[in-house]
Design a binder for this molecule. Structure first.
Ligand SMILES: C[S@@+](CC[C@H](N)C(=O)[O-])C[C@H]1O[C@@H](n2cnc3c(N)ncnc32)[C@H](O)[C@@H]1O
Length: 232
């Protein structure tokens, strides 16, 4: 991941208090619960941001670990969850290479909307290798919101889901915020986000897992994105 993205996520940015992130996390957690039951599970949220997903896991999960490279977000989460005994928040620099230092094994691992900020595809493979080490037998790892090189934006689908799921207004508001605050778009143009060929990457990852699926269901508000679901 380029330092510029690390700097971006480490400072104040337009996403930190974004209502669309909250909504997105709700939708993702509901969809995740359809894939695997969250109840009494120990969960690892990689790239936890401001902890919106964690918020949704709290009522049912047994234990939740949230990790991020942004000291800013880690500070926010530590404060937010300081009275939550089942939540543990940890700062992990250098792309989670030392996740095994958590000395924990998890049933569910989620990494939502994070890998596009990596610099190289190889970092995804490295991430899966390290996640495997902290995974229980039979656990699942969902890498969601993947930007695929073959994705075509389907605006009708985006509109359809934003209406039926009730976030059209929030989406429009976020587009407006992005317009008024051009820093994110500027960085996106300059440093690019990592787009991958999900099928090719999945082929490489399948050697590391017992089962792998590419999901094209609209698990998040980014309805055109793909998701890789691994079972260990
Ligand atoms: C778009 S936000 C997603 C936050 C959260 N997962 C969610 O779904 O709301 C991207 C997050 O990934 C983190 N992140 C970005 N690059 C990362 C990297 N190379 N390694 C780990 N985390 C990273 C950022 O700090 C930020 O919290």
């Amino acid at each position: 991941m380029s330092n510029n993205w690390i700097n971006y996520w480490s400072g104040n940015n337009i996403w930190s208090s974004s209502s669309i992130w909250k909504k997105n996390s709700k939708i993702l957690s509901l969809n995740l619960n359809k894939i695997v039951k969250i109840k009494n599970k120990s969960i690892l949220d990689i790239g936890c941001g401001t902890g919106e997903l964690i918020d949704n896991f709290i009522p049912e999960a047994k234990k939740i670990y949230g990790v991020d490279i942004s000291s800013n977000y880690i500070k926010t989460c530590k404060l937010k969850f300081k009275n939550q005994k089942k939540v543990v928040i940890k700062l992990f620099k250098s792309n989670f290479k030392k996740l095994n230092k958590l000395n924990q094994k998890f049933d569910i691992i989620v990494c939502n909307s994070v890998i596009q900020y990596f610099s190289y595809e190889s970092q995804i493979i490295e991430l899966v290798k390290i996640v495997k080490k902290v995974s229980k037998k039979g656990s699942i790892f969902l890498i969601s919101d993947i930007m695929d090189i073959n994705d075509k934006k389907n605006y009708l689908k985006l509109l359809y889901y934003s209406i039926i799921r009730g976030y059209l207004f929030l989406l429009l508001k976020q587009y407006l915020i992005l317009l008024i605050n051009p820093k994110y778009r500027r960085l996106e143009k300059k440093y690019k986000l990592l787009r991958i060929d999900s099928k090719k990457v999945a082929k490489k990852l399948s050697r590391l897992s017992n089962k792998l699926e590419i999901l094209e269901d609209p698990l998040t508000i980014n309805v055109n994105r793909k998701h890789i679901l691994l079972k260990f």
